[in-house]
Design a binder for this molecule. Structure first.
Ligand SMILES: NC(=O)c1ccc[n+]([C@@H]2O[C@H](COP(=O)([O-])OP(=O)(O)OC[C@H]3O[C@@H](n4cnc5c(N)ncnc54)[C@H](OP(=O)(O)O)[C@@H]3O)[C@@H](O)[C@H]2O)c1
Length: 253
């Protein structure tokens, strides 16, 4: 029987690595991001991937997409179902007081509102099912430590962590609980880091730290992070409701 995964933010970076790793192990993936890239099209030939174009800032489209996904899932037979809330945006970068309302609002939509709505949907649809059910929220060290210039990103990831912990407490009372954890994935070599390194120092004072990490080859590859996170989910090292950091579980490659 199948193991099903729903993954957001799959067009590139960590999300794309999750999809590749999952498919290579024979898992079935429902992927959500704004566009179906050539790489996702190629992966669809495996017949293990169904992709949905959906901008997570468009809540009506998101709900329709989730309806379609669960209509397909609930008529199939499966062993386990896992949601990976991975999509995220670092934008807008800049101290509070200089940012556009529109970008701030989109940041909260993608980083916090969408994971909350998708988790709500996921738990509603799966609560009664007697199978393995898991939510992995991709958080950030920035949700646990302040960075000047990233206030909204930090706040949304901190919110995602507490949301995770609250679900953990709620699910203790359930007959067929959904497990949930949040993970800070370390500093990962993706487009998000390119955006960070390209930010002027006047706008983001810590930029030098991120430029140095790249120059010193200290970034984790998205493939390495995806593989290790998926192995951790399968292990019994994690407690539901916990907020973890991958750097506590790996030795750097
Ligand atoms: N890279 C790091 O060092 C780092 C560190 C800590 C935490 N994280 C977290 O790791 C996760 C993955 O980030 P990444 O580094 O892989 O970033 P990335 O390379 O920029 O990829 C972000 C993904 O999110 C999707 N996304 C962004 N806005 C979206 C929207 N409005 N609707 C739908 N999808 C949207 C993007 O898809 P499209 O733009 O194609 O739609 C893309 O697939 C994020 O949650 C991030 O906060 C990353």
């Amino acid at each position: 029987m199948k193991n099903i995964f729903i993954v957001t933010g799959t067009s590139k970076g960590l999300g794309l690595s999750f999809v590749k790793e999952l498919i290579s192990k024979g898992n079935f993936v429902f992927s959500i991001s704004r566009s179906e890239t050539p790489e996702l099209k190629r992966l669809k030939t495996s017949k293990l991937l169904v992709h949905y174009d959906c901008d997570l800032t468009n809540q009506k489209k998101l709900i329709n997409t989730l309806d379609e996904i669960f209509d397909k899932i609930l008529v199939s037979k499966f062993n386990s179902i896992t949601l990976i809330n991975n999509a995220g945006t670092i934008n807008p970068i800049g101290n509070v007081g200089i940012n556009s309302f529109d970008l701030l609002s989109k940041s909260i939509d993608v980083n916090l509102k969408a994971p909350i709505l998708i988790s709500e949907f996921f738990i509603k649809e799966t609560q009664a099912l007697n199978c393995s059910k898991y939510i992995l929220n991709i958080s950030s060290g920035a949700g646990r430590k302040p960075y000047a210039g990233w206030a909204t990103y930090c706040a949304s990831k901190a919110g995602l962590d507490l949301f995770t912990t609250c679900i953990g407490v709620e699910q203790l009372e359930e007959k067929h609980p959904v497990k949930v954890v949040s993970f800070a994935p370390g500093v990962v070599d993706t487009n998000m880091q390119v955006t960070i390194r390209n930010t002027p120092k006047e706008v983001f004072d810590s930029v030098t730290r991120f430029i140095d990490l790249k120059s010193n080859n200290e970034l984790l590859s998205p493939q390495f992070v995806a593989k290790n996170l998926l192995e951790l989910l399968k292990s019994n090292k994690l407690v539901s409701g916990g907020c973890y950091d991958i750097r506590d579980y790996i030795s750097t490659p």
